[in-house]
Design a protein around this ligand. Sequence first.
Ligand SMILES: Cc1ncc(COP(=O)(O)O)c(C=O)c1O
Length: 356
Amino acid sequence: MTRPIEVVIHRSALHHNYQVIKQRAAGARALAVIKANAYGHGIEQVVAALPAADGFALLEMPAALRLRAMGVTQPILLLEGAFSPAELQLCAEHDLWLAIHEPQHLEWLTQTTLVRPVQVFVKLNTGMNRLGFAAEQASAVVAQLQQLPNVAGITLMTHFATADDPAVGVTAQWARFQQGTAGLGLPVSLANSAATFAYPQVHGDWVRPGIALYGSSPLADQSAKSLGLVAAMTLRAKIISTQQLQAGDSVGYGATFTADRPMRIGTVACGYADGYPRHAPTGTPVLVAGQRSRLLGRVSMDMLCVDLTAIDAAGIGSEVELWGQTLSIDEVAASAGTIGYELMCAVAPRVPMRVE
Ligand SMILES: Cc1ncc(COP(=O)(O)O)c(C=O)c1O
């Protein structure tokens, strides 16, 4: 028997979440964001689960080429654009759309003879201060692009820094975008998952949902369930040993948890080398044989320990859901001081993946 741990990807949840997003942004088309191996879900299976998606967005050229080789015909947008003139030529050859966010990109578009013109998304910096031309430069950049025979079409794009936080929202960034692009009459793409759910006024022509597709909540103050989203990933493992503790006995490296009464604990075949966060503290929720319990002590490389004291029926071979369709990844992430995005992306290649 192999080590009892697996990550299960739920195709029906991906399909369902995409439909929920489409209903929310009924007037827009939706680019499913599948960067970072589809947030750890496996790019091939996610794309296969969304045959009717309007398009995809990612930033790794090899993955984009793999999708074209699989026969994906929908638009594919490279969110960080080309990293060299040779990649720009690949975009033309394989009909990949690309973000333009640096003067260097304009130079490459001017100097390279492309086999066919490309669709570009002009990325405007409206306050995130990470990538993009200042919004005030939009007209000048667009005027330059409109002169270039290499450019087949232009969409204007920005990315929100605080759409997930109702206390801040998108107002300032959206105002800057509108001022900078007034009168240009071009299609726009602004909304990530949070903005798609919270701010219908910024849906524009193309929304770009990532995290919601995978069933984690994009909004700080609302659960995935309340938004109608279903987890697309379950990380589960089994108990491989049980131990009986007396008051005063400790658990794991650093002896950070000490029993104050007799307890029964289980050792689970999942550790930080599988992608479970090492910084998750004692008390982080886990689901043992369908019942909620808690992590005890430090997470090791290959194992972690859970409380079985109140779960008599649990023993060696019992199933433990670390996160998934019953135990929300957002709850585990909050306990570990991180976000669902990081947990999904961190599931290690050594964990066998099953698609159902
Ligand atoms: C430019 C861009 N658009 C859309 C997304 C999707 O964001 P989310 O996963 O929060 O929906 C990302 C992800 O970080 C991004 O970088």
